[in-house]
Design a binder for this molecule. Structure first.
Ligand SMILES: Cc1cc2nc3c(=O)[nH]c(=O)nc-3n(C[C@H](O)[C@H](O)[C@H](O)COP(=O)(O)OP(=O)(O)OC[C@H]3O[C@@H](n4cnc5c(N)ncnc54)[C@H](O)[C@@H]3O)c2cc1C
Length: 423
């Protein structure tokens, strides 16, 4: 979507083929026909530092559908709360905002200050960082067990959908730099105020006169002759263009063009649990939940419906949906006692087994760039070499990079990517 919008703005006629009959891909919604409403494939959030994603929303005219929150509330089992005020004008204020968190001791906090003080310097050496895991980096910074359990793991698992032991320190430190340190609003939490399906609804696309949407149209074949793409086949029709952007998951890209020799990537699951009660149970717009399986709760409606998120949810994959619902309600009541008295009226569990790829140490330089060995074929997707982990921001960056590469190949080079603040 980002590649299409960027190329259209550069004056090209663009055809966008999407296999599903709705746009959004993994950041989309599923219909619940019997209830006449939509459920997102997972609660999707963004941060203020997602500059390209916000630029894409502006181009689409939907930026006002994102509600930003300047505070993150942490809740412990038993209900004690701590507030992290996310927006702070001074760098020192941002680096020390967490000192108010009540669930950490002074020793934990001093260790965190020490680690944050090393971020800017370390982030200038990306190759060194990409050679180690985030857990190694934290060990080198001598973090306490409680800081690891209650601060670092929740932060890394929420941002990267993976355990600190399994992710490159490059992306862990990147999160710290971009979200916590580089700018005053980096950690503002953006939550779509509408189901994702509405964010990408076809009516928003009317503002792009040269862009034709073909939803419900799967590309079945990419025709290559003499080292160039000469057409794609969809619904039995061959479509021809000057340049082609393949913006599908890596497995699909590899099966459409095996000559690309793309490496398959390890992935990590996310489980979303949607619960609707007969009365409000959540008195906060959202909350980070400590020390239990469930990690985040987002209020839907007036707090009577709740979207729960469990990232890196390997332990839940073999568990039955009924058991997951029981465990979630039980845990939710430990944080929000109103849930113990409310009657559960609706529950859905969505297990996304391959939600995002795992940014393992050493992977950064192996991710493929937007250009390929075929001069008129370009790659996009969160898995390409965007410099970001698997996120909506990473996906938009990949689209902009593919559009830049395509415009350069077509003799009219354009820039679309908004660079991150450098350390
Ligand atoms: C449960 C869950 C929660 C997440 N939470 C967050 C979050 O909070 N914040 C965040 O930033 N990111 C989050 N992500 C990650 C984010 O959704 C992805 O990184 C992003 O959507 C990837 O976009 P993409 O365009 O690279 O790939 P996809 O979204 O997978 O899009 C690829 C598209 O290609 C289409 N396609 C495939 N084959 C063909 C074909 N042959 N012809 C035509 N079309 C085809 C697919 O239908 C799909 O629409 C989450 C992901 C999941 C699964």
């Amino acid at each position: 979507m980002a590649a299409a919008v960027a190329l259209e703005s550069a004056g090209f006629e663009v055809d966008l083929f999407e296999a599903h009959n709705r746009l959004g891909g993994r950041a989309g919604s599923l219909p619940l026909p019997e209830r006449d409403h939509w459920i997102d494939r997972g609660q999707h959030i963004l941060l203020g530092c997602c500059r390209n994603l916000l630029d894409f929303y502006r181009r689409l005219g939907v930026e006002h559908r994102i509600r930003f929150h300047d505070e993150i509330v942490f809740v412990e089992p038993g209900g004690r709360r701590s507030v992290l005020r996310a927006v702070n004008q001074s760098a020192l204020g941002r680096a020390t905002a967490f000192l108010r968190l009540r669930f950490l001791s002074l020793k934990d906090k001093l260790g965190i200050v020490r680690a944050l003080a090393a971020v800017r310097r370390d982030y200038r050496q990306p190759d060194l960082l990409d050679a180690m895991s985030m857990a190694d980096w934290l060990r080198q910074r001598r973090q306490t067990a409680r800081a690891n359990q209650r601060f670092w793991r929740p932060l890394i698992v929420s941002a990267l959908n993976e355990e600190p032991e399994r992710v490159s320190a490059l992306h862990g430190v990147q999160v710290l730099w971009l979200a916590l340190l580089a700018s005053p609003d980096g950690v503002r939490l953006g939550v779509p105020a509408v189901p994702l399906v509405e964010l990408y609804a076809e009516n928003h696309w009317r503002r792009f006169p040269k862009l034709a949407l073909h939803t419900g149209t799967r590309v079945e074949r990419v025709q290559i002759e003499q080292e160039r793409v000469i057409g794609i086949e969809a619904d039995g029709v061959i479509h021809r263009a000057d340049a082609y952007v393949l913006a599908v998951p890596v497995k699909a890209a590899q099966s459409l063009v095996p000559q690309l020799g793309l490496e398959s990537l390890e992935s990590s699951p996310i489980t979303g649990i949607y619960l609707a009660f007969d009365r409000p149970v959540l008195d906060l717009p959202q909350a980070a939940l400590l020390d239990r399986t469930i990690q985040w709760a987002f209020s839907k409606g007036r707090g009577e419906a709740v979207q729960i998120v469990v990232s890196a949810s390997r332990s839940l994959l073999p568990v039955s949906r009924e058991e997951i619902v029981c465990q979630t309600v039980r845990e939710l009541a430990e944080f929000f006692p109103a849930a113990a008295k409310a009657r559960l009226e609706e529950a859905h569990v969505i297990k996304e087994a391959n939600a995002t790829f795992t940014p393992r140490p050493g992977l950064a330089s192996r991710r493929p760039p937007a250009t390929t060995r075929f001069p008129n074929l370009f790659l996009a997707g969160d898995w390409t070499r965007t410099g970001w982990p698997a996120t909506m921001e990473g996906a938009v960056r990949s689209g902009y990079l593919a559009a830049e590469a395509a415009t350069a190949a077509l003799g009219n080079p354009r820039k679309f990517l908004i660079p991150d603040p450098s350390p």
